[in-house]
Design a protein around this ligand. Structure first.
Ligand SMILES: *[C@@H]1O[C@H](CO)[C@@H](O)[C@H](O)[C@H]1NC(C)=O
Ligand SMILES: *[C@@H]1O[C@H](CO)[C@@H](O)[C@H](O)[C@H]1NC(C)=O
Ligand SMILES: *[C@@H]1O[C@H](CO)[C@@H](O)[C@H](O)[C@H]1NC(C)=O
Ligand SMILES: [Zn+2]
Length: 973
């Protein structure tokens, strides 16, 4: 899956830098993860609590004995192995008499008995199974002999099984067939077989679609729903003749028939390759498509007909072929299937899903319109397509055995998505952006005491909730960063060599992550690549233990040391792993602008005399930021680096300038360097034009904005930022001939947005007039929006913030009429920018009405409002007042719910707010906070930390800003 979570690059000019919100969510998630893990180490948690103490166990009085029947365990026994399934499904696109949407179906699974048993366990969740002779299944043998008769069947809800007990035993080596017929609800719950809706020409259209990963295939039909239970699937879909049916394989025939005066088709698909259940997909829709051939592979892009007719699928179609070709070369392995369908769905929970041969996307992740989509939208499409196509081999052809190794699957795709997209858009310079988008993002979480290692033990991951929790930033972004480091120190040539032999050996099979290390080691040995240790030993340090090191370099002596970097140095690390050693750190570095030979730090401390420098020379480590670690230096080296930045920053690569800022701010948060030193890394920004350092600085200053935007520090801080961003604003004004052209560079386009956003929010002369003017022109001619797509989010937000009800209502109307999801998304975030409390309150009310704000967008809208300094207390009041409704609607879905709690509390930094939060927790203690339980505790913890940080820093930060903008000082420079 691609990250479900996406916040537009520029949320608003009203003064909030977005990164903080995402980070807060992720922080909460990792806490949830760690705590959940420690709570539920026993299999079958909830089951055990309902069982009476066993009288036969006198040694443990009053202790309930956990039932330990096979059906109480979350993992399937190893007695049966599926071979093929024949599945027919019939989704109803009209509600039944009770207003419910349903699907019916039947399925025969042929499985082989590996070990003699009188029990069949097969996953089945929320399905009503038809009874035959009082059993919910029919068993037969594949040869003509007779199978044992069924004693009894039942549905075991906690573990989601259909349990079939037999009167006799199944024989090892024999094959059997199990037939079931079932009815399920085609709900709008975004999981399993579900429905999505949209309107076209005033008509409501219903799409039946699927999201199986990780454990919802069992909601569509009874199946052995574990990734290692690979089988061949023969799928048939029944659907109205005016619709089209899609599945993983090609459509190989269709018959039609009439029921109740309606003509239906039964479409048969070619049998799939041997594959896992979580990669299945079935879709019935009235969508249109466009197609192309790449060698022998049929490529199609599917979407709402209007979107296809408007050309919104063209970009995806044009890029898919080249990206597929790229991965064929990279893996040195032909694409395993005969077709590649990609489809954009109006309702979709994640970003995208790599179903084999039929990839599903959010509309914003696949559809592009040159006039309405920003370059950020475009980049997201290119990288998500690359991510999903990468999975067609890595994940789909070769699949990890169990979900505990999810990090390898998702980390790998999250790394190579940059390579695939870079191939499709070579001008963009995408490869370095992984540092901002993944590494910096995950550093923030992995620096907490509550982080967790990449690798989990197989026996710790059992329940669906535990599996879902693994889809976090550690798996995706740390996984990507660590694999990139590995590929860099092995060299890409060696990396892909090992990758190729891994795919060859395990195709259509399952692996554990060390199988990849084994093949990389073979490539290392063959090419005689020098390494200080084996691939396994080096990677164990990064995979089995949580966190990452900060490397301290003393350039006076050449002494190096490393230690676990913790954002709060006083936190106690209650490590989920007993494995803890020094990291093996590959250090690429430069001396005064000249790259040096790579050095490996293999111990807690060491000396490298080459790093002892004198005079004006400086050392910069982690060149191109290929290593997953932070770097600290002696004060003299920091000073020389700052001098270099102020004198001629271009000597240092842009990605390292971004790193210097990010390292400095985080080292300051951890009390390892002073806040003043961190702030000093932003002084040279008046001459910085590059996107990455700016983005890094704005991200880090975002925390300052959150803490200070209601205090006396805010004025001087705004003055300082204005003095830094003013030259950037002028630079882009000239580059774009007074804002009439678009910068050619991809990251220049991003930085132009930063320039306008920051200039408007800090009051640079002319900025607000500019954005309001553009918006007014649009209001006068609503059918003719001339605002450049890249700037829209920022312009809308700025104009709505500066305007009143007229601007807001216009924005709302445009949101309602938007035909493109990414345009609607821009407006939805901008509407949260108004400074009128009553408009914000009204907007908050709209989030309770799914006809106004789609269910999938409700919590993020509240968070957008909470990001606004005026909206923050309103959103907090709203969440408290509507707690019951919000809790019942979203309490189960962990991601959006903890995001919500964090979103409305992240600015909290006073004793009063802390009291409110504690009161809120106490008031709702009885009902609980569902998946947001730990987010509430985390919010309390964070509020306390903020209070502490403010007390320690407020005065000196204010003085520093004041001093920096003092006219005397400015003249003196
Ligand atoms: C499964 O259902 C379809 C459609 O109702 C039907 O045509 C088919 O015969 C059924 N399969 C079996 C094995 O009964
Ligand atoms: C399944 O059965 C239950 C109990 O009879 C019923 O309430 C529910 O509506 C049924 N679901 C479907 C999809 O038919
Ligand atoms: C056909 O119509 C009847 C009566 O409305 C209904 O009971 C039956 O379920 C319908 N059949 C199908 C397959 O929809
Ligand atoms: Zn993925």
């Amino acid at each position: 899956m691609a990250k479900g979570f996406y916040i537009s690059k520029t949320l608003g000019v009203v003064g909030i830098v977005v990164g903080a919100g995402a980070v807060a969510t992720i922080i909460a998630l990792s806490v949830v993860y760690a705590e959940e893990k420690s709570k539920n180490t026993v299999e079958g948690g909830p089951v055990t609590t309902t069982v009476k103490p066993s009288p036969t166990d006198p040694t443990i009085p009053n202790t309930p004995a956990p039932p330990n029947n096979p059906w109480n365990r979350y993992r399937l026994p190893d007695s049966l192995m599926p071979v093929t399934y024949e599945v027919t499904l019939w989704p109803r696109l009209e509600p039944d008499g009770q207003g419910m949407y349903i699907f019916t179906g039947n399925s025969t699974v042929i499985f082989k008995c590996l070990k003699e048993t009188d029990l069949i366990l097969i996953h089945s969740n929320k399905l009503n199974l038809t009874r035959f002779n009082d059993a919910q299944a029919v068993l037969h043998m594949v040869d003509s002999s007779t199978a044992p008769t069924i004693k009894t069947t039942w549905l075991e809800e906690p573990t989601q099984y259909l349990v079939v007990q037999l009167n006799g035993k199944l024989t090892a080596g024999k094959s059997y067939g199990l037939y079931t017929e079932f009815t399920g609800e085609l709900a709008d719950d975004l999981g399993g077989f579900y429905r999505s809706e949209y309107t076209e020409d005033g008509d409501k259209k219903v799409v039946a679609t699927t999201q199986m990963q990780p454990t919802d295939a069992r909601k569509a039909f009874p199946c052995f729903d574990e990734p290692a239970m690979k089988a061949v699937f023969k799928i048939k879909l029944i659907h109205p003749s005016n619709t089209v049916a899609l599945s993983n394989g090609k459509d190989i025939g269709s018959v039609d028939f009439i029921v109740n005066n309606t003509q239906f088709n039964r479409t048969t698909f070619e049998p799939t390759e041997i594959m896992s259940t979580y990669l299945l997909a079935f879709i019935v829709s009235e969508f249109g498509f466009i197609e192309a051939m790449e060698d022998d592979v049929l490529i199609r892009i599917w979407a709402r007909k209007k979107a296809i007719d408007a050309g919104e699928g063209d970009y995806a179609l044009n890029k898919t072929g080249p990206i597929l070709k790229f991965f064929e070369n990279y893996y040195n392995s032909t694409y395993p299937l005969s077709k590649s369908d990609q489809i954009a769905l109006p309702d979709f929970n994640a970003g995208a899903m790599e179903n084999w041969g039929l990839i599903t996307y959010r509309e914003t992740a696949l559809l592009y319109d040159p006039k309405m989509s920003s370059n950020g939208n475009k980049e997201r499409i290119a990288t998500i397509i690359a991510h999903e196509l990468a999975h067609m081999w890595f994940g789909n052809l070769v699949t990890l055995n169990w979900w505990n190794d999810l990090w390898l699957n998702e980390g790998f795709a999250s790394y190579v998505e940059y390579l695939g997209a870079d191939h499709a858009e070579p001008e963009w310079g995408l490869k370095d952006l992984i540092v901002l988008n993944d590494m910096h993002r995950v550093f923030a979480i992995d620096a907490l005491a509550s982080s967790h290692p990449l690798s989990s033990k197989e026996e710790e991951i059992n329940k669906p909730e535990q599996i879902s929790e693994l889809f976090d930033a550690i798996s995706y972004s740390k996984g990507a960063s660590v694999l990139r480091m590995l590929s860099e120190f092995l060299t890409e040539e060696v990396f892909v060599k090992g990758l190729h032999s891994y795919l060859e050996e395990f195709k259509f099979k399952n692996t554990v992550y060390t199988d990849l290390w084994k093949h990389l080691q073979m490539a290392v040995d063959e090419t005689k690549t020098p390494l200080p240790e084996s691939v396994l030993e080096i990677m164990n340090r990064w995979v089995l233990q949580m966190g990452f090191p900060v490397v301290m370099i003393n350039t006076a002596t050449g002494a190096l040391s490393q230690q676990h970097f913790l954002l709060d140095p006083n936190s106690t690390v209650d490590r989920p792993s007993d494995y803890f050693y020094e990291w093996f750190v590959p250090i690429k570095w430069m001396k005064t602008g000249v790259a040096q030979e790579q050095y490996w730090l293999m111990k807690k401390s060491d000396t490298n005399m080459d790093m002892a420098v004198t005079g004006a020379d400086w050392v910069l480590a982690n060149l191109n930021v290929t290593g997953y670690y932070r770097v600290n230096y002696d004060q003299a080296n920091w000073n020389r680096l700052l001098d270099q930045l102020n004198r001629d920053h271009l000597v240092i690569p842009a990605v390292n300038r971004a790193q210097l800022v990010d390292d400095a701010f985080n080292l300051a948060r951890a009390d390892e360097i002073s806040t003043i030193l961190a702030l000093s890394t932003t002084k040279y920004l008046s001459s910085e034009r590059d996107y990455m350092p700016w983005e890094s600085a704005l991200d880090n200053l975002g925390y300052f904005t959150l803490m200070f935007d209601r205090t006396e520090v805010y004025g001087p801080m705004q003055d300082y930022l204005r003095s830094k961003v003013g030259p950037l604003f002028e630079y882009f004004k000239q580059m774009t001939s007074n804002w009439t052209e678009v910068p050619t560079g991809h990251t220049d386009q991003y930085n132009q947005v930063n320039a306008i956003r920051m200039a408007c929010s800090t009051g640079v002369a002319g900025c607000e007039d500019l954005t309001r003017g553009w918006f007014r022109e649009w209001m006068q001619d609503p059918n003719n929006n001339m605002i450049n797509a890249n700037l829209r989010t920022t312009v809308y937000c700025s104009a709505i913030a500066a305007g009143g009800v007229a601007e807001w209502d216009f924005g709302w109307e445009m949101f309602r009429n938007a035909t493109m999801a990414s345009e609607a998304e821009k407006l939805r975030s901008a509407l949260a920018c108004t400074k009128e409390p009553w408009l914000l309150n009204r907007y908050l009310e709209y989030t309770l009405d799914p006809n106004k704000i789609r269910k999938q967008d409700a919590t993020s809208t509240i968070v957008y409002i909470g990001n606004n300094v005026v909206g923050q207390p309103l959103a907090w009041d709203f969440v408290r007042a509507r707690w019951e409704y919000i809790f019942t609607q979203y309490g189960g879905g962990s991601f959006s719910f903890s995001n919500l709690i964090n979103g409305v509390t992240k600015r909290f930094s006073t004793d009063f707010e802390l009291k409110q939060l504690e009161q809120f927790k106490a008031d709702n203690a009885e009902g609980g906070f569902g998946s947001g339980t730990l987010a509430v505790d985390q919010a309390i913890e964070r509020t306390k930390a903020n209070i502490k940080w403010l007390a320690a820093n407020q005065k000196l930060v204010k003085e520093w800003f004041q001093n920096e903008i003092d006219p005397k000082n400015i003249i003196r420079k």
